[in-house]
Design a protein around this ligand. Structure first.
Ligand SMILES: Nc1ncnc2c1ncn2[C@@H]1O[C@H](COP(=O)(O)OP(=O)(O)OP(=O)(O)O)[C@@H](O)[C@H]1O
Length: 247
C-alpha cells in the first residue's frame, strides 16, 4: 500500500475578521499519497493558492490539522517559526514566474538554494550541476536568467525547488507563461519527479491539456473541494467530461 505523504483534515482558512472575513478554504480534507501527482483546478478566487499555501506550511490553518509523512505539522496554534523550519526541510515551491535572481547564473541560482539547505561549497556546486544536467540544462549552467527562455528559466527554478530534496513539491500554475512544447516539457519533469523520485507533487493548473498527466485531480469551488476526477483522457476534449471519482 502506498504511504500517505500529506493529509489535510477538516482544514479551513479565513483571512481577516468581522465584516471583512474571507473564508478562502472550508473543511478541506484530502490524503495525498507519496509519489502522487495531484492536479488542482477551479475558477479564479476559488481557493487553489490558499490550498497550496496551507499544504506548503506557509501559513497555519484557521481550523483543522495538516499531517506530513504521518506526523502532525500544523494546526491553528503552530508558530510561524515552526512552519518555516518544516518548510525548509520538506517542501519545494515552483511558481508561474521562475523568479530567478538576475545577477546570478543558472548554476549560482541553484547552488544558492543548496547552500540555504545547508550544503556547502563544492558539494552545493556539484549537486546543482547534477540537477541542472538531469533537467537538460547542462549546456546553460553559466547563462544568466535574462538570456534563457521561459521554459529554461522554469527548469532552473525546478532545480532550485528540489535542492532540499523535498518530500512535497507544490507548483502554482508553473506552465502558465509557457508555450505548448515547453509546457509539456515542464509537466513531464514534474511527472518524472513523482514517478522516479517518489516526490509528492501538487500542481495548480488552468491548463486542461495538462490534466492527462495527473494521477488525480481535485476541483475547488468557492473554498471547498467539490470533486475528484480520474486522470483526464485528452480524447474526451472538454474538461466538463472529466470522469468523476467522487462528489
Ligand atoms: N492574504 C489574503 N488576505 C485576504 N484575502 C485573501 C488572501 N489571500 C487570498 N484571499 C482571498 O481568498 C480567496 C481565495 O483566493 P486564492 O488566491 O486562494 O484563489 P485562487 O483559486 O488561487 O485564485 P486564482 O486562480 O485567481 O489565482 C479569494 O477571495 C482571495 O481574494
Amino acid at each position: 500500500m502506498t504511504a500517505t505523504a500529506l493529509s489535510l483534515h477538516g482544514v479551513s482558512k479565513t483571512y481577516g475578521s468581522g465584516d471583512r472575513a474571507v473564508a478562502a478554504l472550508r473543511h478541506a480534507s484530502v490524503d495525498i499519497a507519496s509519489g502522487e501527482l495531484l492536479g488542482i483546478i477551479g475558477p479564479s478566487g476559488s481557493g487553489k493558492t490558499t490550498f497550496l499555501m496551507l499544504a506548503g506550511l506557509v501559513e497555519p490553518p484557521t481550523h483543522g490539522e495538516i499531517r506530513l509523512l504521518g506526523r502532525k505539522v500544523a494546526d491553528p496554534k503552530t508558530s510561524a517559526a515552526d512552519l518555516r523550519k518544516l518548510r525548509r526541510h520538506h517542501i519545494g515551491f515552483v511558481f508561474q514566474k521562475a523568479n530567478l535572481l538576475p545577477f546570478l547564473t543558472a548554476l549560482e541560482n541553484v547552488q544558492l538554494a543548496h547552500e540555504v539547505a545547508k550544503l556547502h561549497g563544492s558539494q552545493a556546486r556539484k549537486r546543482a550541476c547534477e540537477l541542472l544536467d538531469e533537467l537538460g540544462m547542462a549546456h546553460k549552467i553559466n547563462a544568466y536568467p535574462q538570456t534563457l527562455s521561459g521554459g529554461e528559466q522554469q527548469r532552473v527554478a525546478l532545480a532550485r525547488a528540489i535542492a532540499n530534496r523535498p518530500a512535497l513539491l507544490l507548483a502554482d500554475e508553473p506552465t502558465a507563461a509557457l508555450d505548448g512544447d515547453r509546457r509539456r516539457q515542464v509537466m513531464g519533469l514534474l511527472s518524472n519527479l513523482a514517478r522516479n523520485e517518489g516526490v509528492t507533487v501538487c500542481v495548480v493548473t488552468h491548463d486542461v491539456r495538462a490534466t492527462s498527466v495527473f494521477d488525480r485531480i481535485i476541483e475547488i469551488s468557492d473554498g471547498e473541494i467539490i470533486r475528484e476526477y480520474a486522470p483526464f483522457d485528452e480524447s474526451m476534449g472538454d474538461p466538463s467530461n472529466l470522469p468523476r471519482l467522487s462528489s
